[in-house]
Design a protein around this ligand. Structure first.
Ligand code: HEM
Length: 411
């Protein structure tokens, strides 16, 4: 199973060959059973990067997520690779890459944009965007759900939420796909540094222009809210808004797309489960949670130990990388019966948005609403949709997503 398979202990969890057809679920099952906190000594494609601990059970992921004093998001970034997806300074400028108290102040200000009321107000707009994309493909025999439906919908939803003009959607989407898809030869053919150098300054400039416009003329969008938000007399600085903007578009783009496409693929593979939803659309909320559980859009997030400690019986040293594998914890047999079975009636309590604690996903409610609407509208129009070819996975131990999902629509 591993590329260097002498013993489970010696397996290198992020080896590219293990991730070509999605996450190595059999390996994670073995780790949960035999070595639940596991050391990978090196990352072959990035010899300059240190090894890391893999945390594979739901209980241990809970422990790491809740103990920010021991497991920092700031010291070494948030992915197993410290610098390869984004340079560390960029990650540390976003609140996902900060620890309290800096993190809490920024998150509190951003949370104002994600109140249940503001999200509910967006429902009609999200539905119109989803319907527009699905009606756009309805006359065709086949399409690619990733590029023809999911990408334009998620880009426009986050774009309209933020106030990004529609003509900029494709630019943001390309930037996010190339940076987050680091390592995949199709998504990121040039490598991260060149994309960063060429595109990031341009995109930051666009943010600054939007911020200046909203300062002059307030509107109803999130950018305007952030520009004018005040807590205890404090306002956000321009660079804090720019970096928050970058974080929200990064976090909101790929993730919802990934979950929708993986969930749709599972429904196409399990027509009995799809029929349950077609017959009773009230089950779609539960199907969204089951899709999030089985196919968490981010395979992992990482912390760095702030002092020597112990986790699951393993001694962890100060400075060690500690990687929480949601693709494993969400299939932990001690939490979920028959965890590899896709069951749309399960309505599970999962860790796809993180396991609680300070960094729990800010966009969870928006993502849930968007996914429910996408499933509802897709199934209402195309209840007999079929696979039209083999879907391809992004080759990545970070983003857990399909890069193509060819379907025959059969309206
Ligand atoms: C299916 C969709 C999504 C999934 C699976 C997802 C997953 C996650 C996860 C696992 C984290 C925790 C990171 C950590 O523990 O270090 C996170 C954080 C975050 N997510 Fe999401 N996310 C989704 C959608 C969104 C959307 C739509 C937005 C914004 C519009 C968003 C914004 C954020 C932000 C800002 C954070 C950082 C929170 C913090 O550090 O306090 N996410 N997300």
């Amino acid at each position: 199973m591993s590329t260097d398979p002498t013993t489970l202990e010696e397996t290198l969890v992020t080896e590219r060959a293990l991730w070509q057809d999605g996450p190595p679920h059999e390996l994670f099952k073995e780790l949960r059973g035999g070595c639940p906190v596991h050391w990978t000594s090196r990352i072959s494609e990035y010899p300059e990067e240190a090894g890391f601990w893999s945390v594979t059970t739901a209980d241990d992921v809970d422990e790491v997520s809740h103990d920010w004093q021991t497991y920092s998001s700031e010291l070494g970034g948030i992915t197993a690779l410290t610098n390869a997806i984004m340079p560390l300074e960029l990650v540390q400028a976003m609140f996902i890459g900060m620890d309290p108290p800096k993190h809490d102040r920024l998150k509190m200000l951003f949370q104002r944009g994600f109140t249940p009321k503001r999200i509910a107000e967006h429902e009609d707009a999200i539905r119109a965007i989803a319907v527009g994309a699905l009606d756009g493909v309805a006359g065709r025999e086949t399409c690619d759900l990733v590029t023809d439906v999911a990408q334009p919908v998620v880009s426009r939803v986050i774009g309209s939420f933020m106030g990004i003009p529609p003509e900029d959607d494709a630019i943001w989407a390309r930037l996010m796909n190339t940076t987050l898809g680091a390592g995949d030869p199709d998504l990121n053919p040039e490598g991260v540094p060149s994309v960063m150098e060429r595109e990031v300054p341009e995109i930051f400039e666009r943010c600054r222009r939007l911020i200046a416009e909203r300062r002059e003329r307030p509107t109803e969008d999130l950018t305007s809210l952030l520009v004018h938000a005040e807590v205890d007399g404090q306002r956000l600085e321009e660079h804090e808004i720019v970096m928050g903007f970058f974080l929200l578009v990064a976090a909101g783009n790929d993730s919802t797309k990934a979950t929708y496409c993986s969930g749709m693929r599972a429904l196409l593979d399990h027509p009995d489960q799809r029929q349950l939803l077609v017959d009773d659309p009230a089950l779609i909320g539960s199907a969204v949670e089951e899709s999030l559980r089985m196919f968490p859009a981010f395979a992992h997030f990482r912390r760095t130990a702030t002092h020597d400690t112990e986790l699951g019986g393993q001694p962890i040293r100060e400075g060690d990388k500690v990687v929480m594998w949601y693709v494993s914890s969400n299939r932990d047999e001690s939490r979920f019966e028959d965890p590899d079975r896709f069951d749309v009636t399960r309505n599970p309590d999962h860790q796809a948005f993180g396991a609680g604690g300070r960094h729990f996903c800010l966009g969870a409610a928006l993502a849930r609403l968007e996914l429910r609407i996408l499933f509802e509208e897709t199934l209402a129009r195309f209840p007999a949709m079929e696979l039209a070819g083999a879907p391809e996975y992004a080759e990545s131990p970070f983003v857990n997503q399909l890069k193509t999902l060819p379907v025959r629509l059969r309206p």
